[in-house]
Design a protein around this ligand. Sequence first.
Ligand code: SF4
Ligand code: SF4
Length: 96
Amino acid sequence: MIIATDMPEVSKCAATQCAYNADDACHARAITIGDGADPDCDTFFTNSKHTRSSRTAGVGACKMEDCKFNDDFECSAESIQVGHTGKSNNCLSYTH
Ligand code: SF4
Ligand code: SF4
């Protein structure tokens, strides 16, 4: 069974080294934001191959309970962007 669900779009991602990244965009089906206390992309991983998908990723889950867009451990923003802050790849829409 295919589960249909509405998710905020990942409109851009600057982590070009991530296996889900192509053309500065994320093509995972859904990502999870939140890694410990930081709004990092928890789906990030590197691989010699990159995805062949052209779909636009959604935010499937977010652990950043202290973000103003977080509602019941999910993101309620219209869309988010992921980018670099220091060495990590995190949600640039995170608003404490
Ligand atoms: S949003 Fe996360 S999973 Fe998607 S390309 Fe960026 S770092 Fe990778
Ligand atoms: S905007 Fe806030 S709630 Fe949405 S993914 Fe980013 S950190 Fe999580």
